[in-house]
Design a protein around this ligand. Structure first.
Ligand SMILES: Cc1cc2nc3c(=O)[nH]c(=O)nc-3n(C[C@H](O)[C@H](O)[C@H](O)COP(=O)(O)O)c2cc1C
Length: 103
């Protein structure tokens, strides 16, 4: 196994399920993370409710090496197609760059 995804599948199926973010630090502790993306350790990815660059930063600070997004790109694609998805990614990367600079 190369890695795991900490996910509650978007919280869409079981009301009251534990939030992915609430479990992340414990999972990272259990797998002895964090490791680097290129390292040989277990990669920890995260999803569930990631919407902004600040969400991404929080997830990385809590020990994941990367984030995944579900609904945002579906919404972007549904409203504006390929260009909408490109705008979403460009916007998040620009916001991430700015917020990392501010930090
Ligand atoms: C329309 C839709 C269908 C999904 N289907 C599945 C599925 O079949 N199996 C699964 O494990 N997760 C499924 N997911 C959950 C995603 O894999 C992912 O964990 C979730 O969307 C991430 O949260 P976010 O949408 O808040 O970014 C689905 C999500 C959406 C929006």
């Amino acid at each position: 196994m190369d890695g795991i995804v900490v996910s509650n599948h978007g919280g869409r199926q079981v009301d009251g399920a534990i939030g992915s973010l609430d479990m992340l630090p414990e999972v990272v502790d259990c797998v002895k993370g964090p490791k680097t993306m290129r390292g040989d350790g277990l990669l920890v990815l995260f999803d569930g409710g990631v919407r902004t660059e600040v969400d991404i930063i929080k997830v990385l600070c809590l020990g994941a090496q990367g984030v995944l997004m579900g609904r945002p790109w579906v919404y972007s694609f549904g409203t504006a197609g390929k260009e909408g998805m490109e705008e979403l990614i460009k916007g998040i990367l620009a916001d991430l760059d700015q917020s990392m600079g501010l930090l």
